[in-house]
Design a protein. Structure first.
Length: 275
């Protein structure tokens, strides 16, 4: 069982591999102000290291506590977390908005480089699927420009994934600009990529993706009939009368009682639509 103890901040060592590539200074100072008022409400997780204690989880709380002028912070001291400490770091930070997919990707690459871990070993240690790890590593390795914007929180993960579908580097900068500068949503970026692909296929004389075999049949909209004269001509002057659907019969009956003869065409329903 871990031991809970108040430790002097000078005895704490920052993690050698931090999940966060950067921290928002404004939010860090907000946390420091909150700590001044309420103290550190969640324990830091640490392990012994050369007479001091290495922070496994709580790096941001540690920095904010220094800004707040604290001397001691509450810690949970584990004798030996071993390789599992990386899972603790990722699990704790994954619950917060501060950690981006780009930072996770760099974290996974750092683990592979430092420990020589395989993909299966990383997945086992951080308790994430292979797709989860690979997507984030792919972001960092193959799309460095996109990764930079994700790490800077100028682009969200949904936008990044759509841009990563783009195979043509000539279009990449355009998509990034649309996302970062003009705020293009993931759905809009998805459509851009599909349009680029269709244009490329058309230039090669190939059909576009998901091209239907037959063109859709255009069905002419049914003409609205005037409830007063029951004619369907002069459509430009037909207006809409707001009425609940369950009041249509009542209104039709009222009009009949008022002397308005509502005539029905053979194909019309028993209750004429209000136009």
């Amino acid at each position: 069982m871990p031991e809970r103890r108040e430790l002097n901040l000078d005895l704490l060592l920052e993690p050698p591999i931090a999940v966060r590539a950067g921290m928002d200074d404004e939010k860090l100072h907000e946390l420091a102000e909150d700590i001044k008022r309420h103290g550190v409400l969640q324990n830091l997780v640490v392990v012994p290291s050369d007479g001091k204690y290495e922070i496994v989880a709580g790096h941001r709380r540690y920095l904010a506590s220094r800004l707040a002028g604290l001397v001691h912070v509450p810690c949970l001291i584990f004798d030996e977390l071993g390789e599992a400490k990386y899972a603790v770091m990722l699990a704790e930070n994954g619950l917060r908005e501060e950690v981006t997919p780009a930072e996770e990707g760099m974290f996974f690459l750092d683990l592979a480089e430092k420990h020589g871990w395989s993909e299966d070993q990383i997945c086992h240690q951080v308790h994430r699927s292979a797709d989860y790890v690979n997507d984030r590593v792919k972001l960092v390795r193959k799309f460095p420009i996109v990764s930079q914007h994700v790490a800077a929180r100028e682009m969200n993960w949904s936008q990044a994934k759509e841009i990563m579908r783009c195979k043509n580097p000539a279009w990449l900068s355009y998509l990034v600009d649309q996302a970062v500068t003009h705020g293009a949503t993931a759905r809009t970026l998805h459509q851009y990529v599909d349009n680029f692909r269709a244009a490329e296929l058309a230039a090669q004389g190939l059909p576009g993706p998901h091209t239907p075999e037959h063109a859709p049949i255009n069905i002419e909209a049914e003409k609205q009939r005037c409830i007063w004269c029951n004619r369907d001509d002069d459509q430009t002057n037909v207006t809409q009368i707001p009425c609940h659907s369950y009041h249509v019969k009542d209104l039709a009956q009222f009009l009949r009682m008022s002397g308005v003869g509502i005539r029905q065409s053979p194909s019309a329903s028993s209750d004429p639509p209000l136009a």
